[in-house]
Design a protein around this ligand. Structure first.
Ligand SMILES: *Cc1c(COP(=O)(O)O)cnc(C)c1O
Length: 235
């Protein structure tokens, strides 16, 4: 199947999942997770109408930006970001989805202030509290939220999560629901400085469940581009 056919199929599945959940399909964006796929594949996904692209590695982001691979679509950073690499990402992407520590937030603030811009971000939550996963522990989150007003060059737009791999959809729903409830709690506080409109969760294997649990952005790699070849060297 071509990338265009895959995107069309995913769109139809997104729409069906949204309607089944009583939601407007237009509220859910499709982010193509482009890691290990080359500029040509990225261009095909954009031509097929994905809403944005998400890149995981700074090195790939820099190479594809230099290649104008993302022309026509916003680009997001979705991978683990080291503080010493923020310079290559801040101001280069529309949204950094994977802000997972106060230290990283401080580094992004510093760089955004230096550039005189406001950088949009999501806070990434480690909802399963897994050792191996990125994202901040749920307990740390209120602390960071309290400090958001100190970061004048960073604009919080929402939350992102990668839940643990679940054997059944009931389990993944439990994790998605936890993040959704967190967003509902934050919104109930009606703090003008804090917006959590974007809820980024759901990937190739679980996006239907994510949509049932309020996701506004799914990040899909394999179902668009096919299986990633970890044996081959990548850009
Ligand atoms: C790779 C990746 C995805 C997409 O995963 P698939 O299972 O291939 O759809 C989504 N989000 C992040 C952060 C990723 O690294």
């Amino acid at each position: 199947m071509s990338i265009a056919e895959n995107v069309a199929r995913i769109r139809a599945e997104m729409e069906a999942a949204a309607i089944a959940a009583g939601r407007d399909p237009k509220q859910i964006l499709l982010c193509a997770a482009t890691k290990m796929n080359d500029a040509d594949a990225v261009r095909q996904a954009i031509a097929a109408g994905v809403d944005c692209c998400g890149e995981n590695r700074v090195q790939e982001l820099v190479a594809k930006l230099a290649d104008n691979a993302y022309e026509g679509a916003p680009v997001h950073f979705i991978g683990h970001l080291q503080t010493n690499k923020v310079k290559q990402v801040v101001g280069k992407v529309d949204l950094i989805q994977s802000v997972d520590s106060l230290r990283l937030l401080e580094a992004i603030q510093k760089e955004a202030a230096k550039q005189g811009i406001i950088q949009d971000i999501l806070l990434e939550i480690n909802v399963g509290n897994e050792e191996s996963k990125t994202g901040m522990p749920l307990e740390e989150f209120p602390k960071i939220l309290e400090q958001m007003s100190n970061f004048g060059n960073v604009r919080l737009r929402g939350l992102m999560t990668i839940p643990p791999i679940c054997e059944n959809s009931t389990d993944s729903r439990k994790f998605f629901q936890e993040i959704y409830n967190l967003a509902v709690d934050i919104r109930a506080k009606k703090d003008d400085n804090i917006r959590v409109d974007v809820l980024s969760y759901g990937m190739s294997d679980d996006f239907q469940e994510a949509i049932a649990c309020g996701s506004t952005m799914i990040r899909v790699g394999t179902a668009i581009f096919g299986a990633r070849d970890y044996g081959k060297s990548h850009p």
